[in-house]
Design a protein around this ligand. Structure first.
Ligand code: XLS
Ligand code: NI
Ligand code: NI
Length: 442
């Protein structure tokens, strides 16, 4: 538990959040997330590896394009950048432990403010890394993944590793080196690349082929450095179709898989799927999970949800049980995540201004995931879902269908089969019945 007695307490009036079950009327308790409950051979804690995102919970203070902060953070008070960083870390670890979250994630600039001086930034990040290391040791909280913010600084307006100016690319590399060093020093289990500006605004000024080659070369260079330093974790690419760039190179899972395969990165890199990015790409979350699982790259999840009435990354906390139960069917059948966890890349709304709101948001997200996983496990075990899906493809399990799968039939053979068998019978896809199953088990 956090040694919060010496340091200032930021969430003093909030009790430790624990599992109390569905009968509880305590708003600071889990109704579904019992971290020790075993489902499909693993505890819920092991299945999810829930993480808190530093940037949304301790930096983004409710700002939007039309107005400044509404969340007044008491840890953001000191004029000294390191003092401020330490206070923020105190608040973060107090929150994370009170929430029973086993992990956290951060960008370099989330944990300490950067200047334009690379050496100075590296020193700051190292100092904060030492502090975070101590906090981790005191609390048992672990780093799920680290990353570098290569999209906020004005020098990155045309991208970092895909910038047309090599000089800008080198600044991105300096930042990634320091962020990798910090991730390794903190025992981080993975490292994420989200390419917010690795794309373009107009093709009129863009050499797309060259930019993508630079992107791949950059990833190889970063990976080689980290491996040389002994990093054993997984690298994740986080796809998103657009925003802030008009066209982003990491559009969706299938696009990223093609890119990783083309540039020989598949062994080291897997995918971090964000719910709201999936929906912006015109997919469902479950589609993206399935696409990753089918390619052996289902690595990690950024948990949040979008707003169906608009078209940007609203990063709201997850609360859609139907969506998540369908997703957990894929998750369970794929055998879970490889190297990653479930990071709440989600923010409370601008008008959710009390410290309690941050707790309610995470409690809701964790409970929704837990409830969905429990329901999905029951569906897989007790309903007709699996059997129906298998039987739908039974015509490929034997006879000519099996020969076709084995590459043994020519186009003429297929024609002959069609003539011999006559018109196929109509078979229902049973969508409404399958949708009902989801509701029965929730
Ligand atoms: C933004 C991304 C970002 C990444 C980390 O849309 O989701 O938060 O997860 O750089
Ligand atoms: Ni994300
Ligand atoms: Ni996002």
């Amino acid at each position: 538990m956090v040694a919060a007695t010496e340091t200032k307490q930021y969430f003093k009036n909030i009790p430790q959040v624990r599992y109390e079950g569905v009968e509880s009327d305590n708003p600071f308790a889990f109704r579904w997330y019992d971290e020790n409950k075993v489902v499909a051979g693993k505890t819920l804690k092991e299945h999810f590896k829930f993480a808190c995102a530093y940037w949304h919970s301790f930096n983004a203070a409710g700002t939007d394009p039309f107005g400044g902060p509404t969340h007044i953070f008491p840890w953001d008070a000191s004029g000294d950048p390191l003092e401020r960083a330490y206070a923020k870390a105190d608040a973060a670890f107090e929150f994370i432990t009170k929430m029973s979250l086993p992990y956290y994630c951060f960008h370099d600039v989330d944990v300490v403010d950067y200047t334009d001086d690379i050496n100075d930034n590296d020193k700051r990040l190292q100092a904060v890394t030492d502090y975070l290391k101590q906090k981790q040791a005191e609390t048992g909280v672990k780093l799920l993944w680290g990353t570098a913010n290569l999209f906020s600084h004005k020098r990155y307006m045309n991208g970092a590793s895909t910038n047309p100016d090599f000089h800008v690319l080198s600044h991105g590399a300096a930042q990634v080196k320091a962020a990798l060093d910090a991730t390794i020093a903190l025992g981080g289990e993975a490292y994420v690349f989200w390419g917010g500006r690795e794309g373009y605004m107009t093709l009129l000024n863009t050499d797309m082929r060259r930019e993508k080659e630079h992107f791949a070369r950059f990833l190889h260079t970063a990976k080689d450095y980290a491996r040389k330093q002994g990093f054993k974790g997984t690298f994740f690419i986080e796809p998103k179709p657009a925003e802030p760039s008009k066209h982003q190179y990491d559009y969706d899972v299938e696009t990223v898989v093609g890119f990783l395969r083309q540039y020989d990165l598949l062994g080291d890199f897997k995918i971090n799927i964000e719910v709201n990015h999936a929906t912006l790409a015109g997919h469902t979350f479950q589609h993206e999970l399935q696409a990753a699982a089918d390619n052996g790259v289902l690595g990690s999840v950024d948990a949040n949800r979008g707003d169906y009435q608009n078209g940007w990354d609203t990063d709201q906390f997850p609360n859609n049980l139907n969506e998540l139960t369908e997703a957990m069917l894929v998750f369970l059948e794929a055998g879970g995540l490889q190297g990653g966890g479930v990071n709440f890349d989600a923010k409370i709304r601008r008008n959710s201004t009390d410290v309690e709101d941050l707790f309610f948001a995470h409690i809701g997200g964790m409970d929704t995931f837990a409830r969905a996983l429990i329901a999905a496990d029951k569906i897989l075990q007790h309903s007709g879902y699996k059997k129906f899906r298998q039987e739908r493809y039974a015509s490929f399990d034997s006879g000519k269908g099996k020969e076709f799968e084995g590459g043994k039939l020519s186009l003429e053979d297929l024609r002959q089969y069609a003539i011999e068998q006559g018109e196929p019978e109509i078979k229902s896809g049973r969508q409404e019945w399958l949708e009902n199953i989801i509701n029965w088990y929730i």
